[in-house]
Ligand binder design. Structure first.
Ligand SMILES: [Zn+2]
Length: 299
């Protein structure tokens, strides 16, 4: 955990506000729809009340970001999760929002990468340069993002995902993505594919700093301005597919590691919820997982 003394965005030594590393709309929605408590994948035997929080931004910068968060929550996040809409017309707020979310994560990951020598020099230079561009963009010092690309994909509706895993269904695809929230930076140094990913319950925001030659992303890119994105026919061929597998494996391990007593507690809570359980969205996720398994074994 880092103790920042200056605002990470504007550099002012103002009093910093405690903010979520992942937008609070996702945390709120997750809390509202979860049966029982949110369970951390890192320590499945301990329930957490909230996602990670950090003193990172001054009041002014926090306000700047939260305005875009509200826009995203109202125009895309909630309508999509409530299944009200699949086609979204957007304006410059969207590129700003994705950039702000992934910038926060990138900023913290760079501190970690430098301190612990996690990545090579080429990757690190690219990340540091990208952070600078995003910082200037977020403060209104520049209007473009250079070669940096923002993407969204909607996990339910993704049509094709090229990854090298045969037991995809075993990894509890839907539930993992919808229950999960989290953000981190990935570097595939052989391919030179670098990016940051934020999962907000199956709405995945990706910022790519550099794209390897074999990367194919169709119907996922968000323009820096006005455009339209559809939760339909999205296709990704990417080393990034490995990230999805990684997220799912982590969740799977976590659920296997849950102690018998904890498991019983969770089951009791579900039983106590009785018929109501069908009203929780997590129930629908289980159903979707079952569907997927059946479909794959049918083949
Ligand atoms: Zn600031």
């Amino acid at each position: 955990m880092y103790n920042l003394t200056k605002c990470a965005l504007c550099g002012n030594e103002a009093e910093l506000e405690l903010s979520h590393t992942v937008p609070k709309m996702a945390v709120r929605t997750l809390k509202k729809t979860a049966i029982g408590n949110i369970r951390s994948t890192e320590n499945p035997n301990k329930t957490i009340q909230d996602s990670e929080k950090l003193y990172m931004l001054c009041g002014d910068c926090e306000d700047l970001f939260s305005e875009k968060e509200t826009w995203f929550a109202n125009k895309i996040f909630h309508p999509y999760l409530k299944k009200e809409k699949t086609i979204f017309d957007y304006d410059e707020n969207l590129a700003y929002f994705i950039t702000s979310v992934n910038w926060r994560s990138l900023y913290l990951d760079i501190l970690d990468f430098v301190e612990n020598s996690v990545v090579g020099i080429d990757a690190l230079e690219c990340l540091i340069e990208s952070e600078k561009i995003m910082n200037e963009f977020l403060r209104g010092k520049r209007n473009d993002l250079g070669k940096i690309e923002n993407h969204i994909f909607f996990f339910d509706d993704i049509k094709e995902l090229s990854v090298g895993a045969s037991n995809f269904a075993d990894l509890k695809l839907h539930a993992t993505f919808h229950r999960g929230i989290g953000s981190y930076t990935f570097c595939y140094e052989d391919e030179k594919t670098y990016g940051t990913l934020t999962n907000m319950m199956g709405v995945i925001l990706v910022t790519l700093y550099h794209k390897g030659q074999r990367e194919v992303w169709n119907n996922t890119e968000i323009l820096n301005g006005v455009g339209r994105i559809e939760a339909k026919d999205q296709q990704i061929q990417s080393v990034f597919g490995n990230e999805l597998i990684h997220i799912m494996e982590t969740a799977k391990k976590a659920s296997e590691a849950m102690s018998v007593a904890q498991q019983k507690k969770a089951e009791d809570r579900i039983k106590a919820a009785g018929e109501d359980v069908k009203n929780y969205s997590v129930f629908q996720d289980w159903m979707n997982d079952m569907d997927l398994k059946n479909r794959i074994t049918d083949k």
